[in-house]
Design a protein around this ligand. Structure first.
Ligand code: ME8
Length: 655
């Protein structure tokens, strides 16, 4: 199988921001995913360099359009490696080969009678670089650029787009996944239910010279969209390059909803007029917003990818955008949300699972893959194994449908199960009894195999972390050549094989010292640390006398499950716990001298659920975790968390 995946080519009138980064990370992740499925893949991105917007931006800087385009195009090219984005080809519309092919195509379509000369009056939005219909305006403004379009009346060349309207409707109806998600398919079909106008495809050189000259009339240059869309063909060697023959039928484009119309209507009809088959799928996503407003260079509320990477690291940025945005819907960016994802999903859930499992493999299995003992395998082990394989198959389906967030949620579901598996099976207890050696090996081998599968499925999303995981599992080379087909099965680790060094996967971000504060005021505000002065731990009430049953009844004791734990900054006594009882709540507990955060995750604890919330070191604690305390003869204090004697649902009342 082959896959050809593209991003839009970005205008060079401003520097890249998180919106561009998102589309490009999506395309890169999909490219890596298809390679993992064993496909041959071509992944292309690039820059769109002609047109009025660019000419004006260059003029404003007092440089030539070419010099200006060179500088910004380079900034895009330099940004992608920071995000581990690895395109096979970076195209520029100023590439001589692209210009030649655009002219050849124009000449061909003109000769076939699909381009004609006429006069036109319309409402032009320079931000969109296209004419808008009255219907598209909101209060007289372009909804995307919040400015009224300009009425332009001039003689121009037109592409007979209307000729292909019925063909396009039929094609969209016959191919349900041609435009996805479905809401955008419906939007396009609804637009096509009205008669389609022909497309104006030229600009007189008296108004604009920064474009590709029409081969049949040098007093005109090509309209920027006619030039830009063709990049998807020239980039893979249309008309006679071998890659074009091999890859065009598998073309998939990723865009945001701002450029739906050019991609869903202009482009397929242009391809039809050229005698080419349409692309295979168009994937349309929503906007990254800041304060309910689209992040955009014209509004200026942008988040720079480089700054995010500097604050949180490449893999965290990739994970965050893919997990946070449901593909197709809008999402809001905030600095606190990315720090929260890093600390909770990555450092806590994934990072702790990984380091705990590998530390135990080193300690109890001599740093090698242990051989499982079939006889010591339980029904729960088999269920967990089945759940892991089920996750791989759901992951495959969701990734193929561009449901990245759902695919990641599936992975995190099994990460949670594995963290609980460690607590329930307590390998450190098994290690104390030689009679349980078989069980210990079985538990550890299941964990090692689970980590291998998790590293495998995370590769497209977080290539760097997945590579570190693979190295620690002694699989650096195997993993680089792995496919889902061959490696997404159970039991590939060889007993006795040596494991590698244990790396720290994701450091916790200290919210105070490292706010992921990009360039917008909103984000800075949100990422700012809580500034409340440290509050003292509330002193437990002391009772010399007896209490009544009623008095005791006022204390709501419940069982809770710790699902996340981290040290409270600048405190050596406090841990911030997320406790499900059954709703998640934050409890700050003075246990940091006795428990590492990773030791308490997954445990059942007893909590006072109706204690008045109190702020401890700036963190609001909604309850209290119970623990027993003793002092030895030397006066050293020891503290042990209170719990229940068996598994019981979090939230159960203790009375
Ligand atoms: O339209 N949220 O270029 P462009 C999500 N040159 N994605 C966003 C975004 C946001 N707030 N802002 C931008 C052009 N994007 C043409 C394309 S293709 C043949 C020609 C992303 O620089 C998203 O992918 O305005 C959107 O479609 C694209 O940048 C627009 O980039």
């Amino acid at each position: 199988m082959t896959t050809y995946i593209t991003t839009p080519i970005y205008y060079v009138n401003a520097l890249p921001h998180l919106g561009h980064a998102y589309t490009t990370i999506v395309a890169d992740t999909y490219s890596r995913f298809r390679r993992l499925c064993g496909d041959r893949v071509r992944f292309q991105t690039g820059t769109d360099e002609h047109g009025e917007k660019i000419a004006q931006a260059a003029e404003a800087e007092g440089v030539s359009p070419r010099a200006y385009a060179d500088r910004i195009s380079d900034a895009f090219r330099q940004t992608w490696p920071l995000l581990a984005v690895e395109p096979d080809h970076f195209i520029r519309t100023t590439d001589p080969g692209h210009i030649r092919t655009v002219q050849d195509i124009l000449a061909k379509v003109h000769a076939a009678g699909d381009i004609y000369f006429s006069e036109y009056t319309g409402l032009y939005c320079q931000g969109c670089e296209r004419f808008l219909t009255e219907k598209e305006l909101v209060d007289g403004n372009c909804p995307d650029h919040q400015k009224p379009p300009k009425e332009i009346s001039e003689q121009n060349y037109f592409f007979r787009m209307s000729r292909y309207q019925q063909w396009l409707i039929d094609h969209i109806k016959a191919n349900p996944d041609f435009i996805t998600p479905e809401r955008y398919r419906n939007e396009v079909l609804s637009f096509l239910s009205e008669p389609l106008e022909d497309l104006c495809i030229s600009r007189p050189t008296s108004r604009l010279t920064w474009g590709i000259p029409l081969p049949f009339d040098d007093k005109f240059v090509t309209y920027v969209w006619f030039d830009a869309l063709i990049n998807y063909l020239t980039g893979i060697g249309y008309p006679d390059g071998p890659d074009f023959q091999e890859y065009w039928a598998s073309a998939e484009h990723v865009i945001a909803k701002d450029i739906l119309k050019p991609h869903a209507i202009y482009w397929p009809t242009m391809l039809k007029a050229m005698g080419l088959q349409p692309y295979r799928r168009l994937h349309v996503h929503g906007y990254w917003n800041v304060d309910e407003t689209k992040m955009s260079k014209s509004i200026g509320n942008v988040v720079r990818p480089g700054e995010l990477v500097a604050a949180c690291g490449t893999d965290t940025v990739r994970y965050f955008v893919l997990r946070e945005m449901s593909f197709g819907l809008d999402a809001s960016f905030s600095g606190t949300a990315i720090v929260e994802r890093q600390n909770s999903d990555l450092a806590n859930d994934l990072g702790n699972l990984f380091s705990r499992a590998l530390t135990m493999l080193a300690k109890y299995a001599g740093g090698t893959v242990p051989a499982p003992d079939e006889a010591a395998m339980t029904a729960e082990d088999r269920q967990l194994t089945a759940d892991l394989l089920e996750m791989v198959s759901i992951y495959r389906r969701e990734m193929d449908q561009f449901n990245f967030s759902r695919a990641l949620q599936e992975i995190w579901k099994v990460i949670g199960q594995l963290n609980r598996f460690i607590v329930v099976n307590a390998p450190w207890e098994l290690a104390k009894d030689p009679a349980l050696a078989g069980r210990l090996r079985t538990v550890l081998s299941l964990l090692a195999e689970a980590l291998r599968l998790i590293a495998l499925v995370l590769r497209p999303v977080m290539p760097e972390a997945a590579a570190r995981m693979a190295r620690a599992l002694g699989l650096a080379e195997e993993m680089a050549a792995a496919t889902l087909e061959r490696d997404g099965v159970w039991g590939l680790l060889r007993p006795g094989a040596a494991l590698g060094e244990i790396p720290q996967l994701f450091p916790r971000i200290d919210k105070k010292s490292q706010p992921a504060a990009p360039t917008t005021t909103t984000v800075k505000k949100e990422a700012k640390p809580a500034s409340a002065p440290p509050a003292p731990m509330p002193a437990p009430a002391e009772h010399d006398g007896v209490i009544t049953f009623d008095q005791f009844g006022k204390v709501e004791l419940r069982v809770g499950r710790v699902t996340a734990a981290e040290k409270v900054a600048k405190s050596d006594r406090l841990l911030k716990l997320t406790v499900e009882a059954p709703e998640a709540r934050t409890i700050v507990a003075g246990i940091a001298r006795y428990y590492q955060p990773e030791e308490v995750v997954g445990r059942l604890v007893l909590i006072v659920a109706n204690l008045k919330p109190a702020k401890l070191m700036g963190v609001t604690s909604q309850g209290m975790v119970l623990a027993a305390k003793e002092k030895d003869a030397a006066g050293n204090e020891r503290l042990v968390l209170a719990t229940v004697a068996g598994e019981i649902a979090p939230g159960s009342r203790v009375a």
